[in-house]
Design a protein around this ligand. Structure first.
Ligand code: LER
Ligand code: MN
Length: 277
């Protein structure tokens, strides 16, 4: 099947509200969302989850396969936002919880042929920690997660996130250095246009992206306003062409404020990307 974008596969982030609804409601929501995305010729769906173990992966696979869709990646940031568990926390018990939660995501990813995003789960500087120690904790937690991912042949994708949201690994360069230092085949990079716009030097970013494109295995798209592509000034044509030219095989996944609605963002973005590509 040819992707709607021709140059790469497209997905969009959606939740399933699995912590607060029944198993059957989760599946209904997934099925309805897949049906809608298929009608727009999307190639996949990125799931932002909190408790993946509550979801029946066998049924999820049946549904996604019936629509010929992939689960492009799993967002894990709610683990930090809702539970407060993080890789960098000064308490070992909290770091252990964060790693256990990532293990649950790795299991889900293994069963559904997906990838696990490592973003906000790094956590923020806390009063009882030093920035140096926090980074050491993040590295050691990440190494443990890489081992879990290697054992299950799942890829982790590490996301540089802007410094308004998180205190460590805000830039692509710092993240690439970390990925190289850890040296796991199962640890790759995720680049998000929203964070690029805030953190990267506009004079060098296109050349820098060309240099690291081979390390990238997932992309997040949103404009500089965090709304749908085309609502701001980010150059999506230049960005996506860099990856296409580098032989990128992964997804470009829409991660925006879903206003005026999820459906409108999904629709408008397809129209916009088709127009510029
Ligand atoms: C997660 O993918 C991300 O981009 C963060 O900015 C979420 O707040
Ligand atoms: Mn992102």
């Amino acid at each position: 099947m040819v992707s709607i974008l021709i140059i790469m596969k497209l997905s969009i982030v959606s939740g399933l509200n699995e912590s607060h609804t029944s198993k059957s409601e989760i599946l209904t929501k997934f099925s309805t969302t897949c049906d809608f995305l298929k009608s727009l010729n999307y190639d996949g769906i990125e799931l932002a989850l909190l408790e993946p173990e509550k979801i029946d992966t066998k049924k999820i696979n049946e549904i996604k396969d019936s629509f010929d869709l992939e689960i492009s990646a799993l967002g894990t940031g709610s683990t930090y936002i809702r539970f407060g568990y993080s890789f960098g926390h000064h308490e070992e018990s909290i770091r252990k919880k964060a790693i256990e939660r990532i293990d649950a995501f790795i299991n889900f990813a293994q069963e559904t042929q997906s990838k696990v995003i490592i973003g906000l789960i790094r956590g923020r500087h806390d009063h009882d920690n030093t920035p140096k120690n926090e980074k050491l904790n993040i590295k050691s937690s990440l190494k443990k997660c890489c081992k879990l991912a290697e054992d299950k042949s799942v890829e982790l994708v590490f996301e540089p996130i802007n410094s308004f949201e998180i205190d460590t690994y805000n830039t692509i360069a710092e993240s690439v250095e970390l990925i190289k230092e850890i040296g796991s085949e199962n640890l790759k990079l995720l680049v998000d246009t929203f964070h690029i716009n805030l953190e990267e030097d506009p004079g060098f970013v296109w050349d820098d992206l060309k240099e690291i494109a081979h390390l990238v295995s997932h992309l997040h798209l949103s404009d500089c306003t965090r709304r749908a592509p085309g609502t701001g000034h980010f150059d999506f044509k230049a960005f996506l062409n860099i990856f296409q030219e580098s032989g990128y095989k992964g997804f470009a996944s829409l991660e925006t404020i879903m206003k005026p609605s999820f459906e409108e963002v999904a629709r408008q973005t397809v129209e916009y990307l088709k127009m510029i590509l």
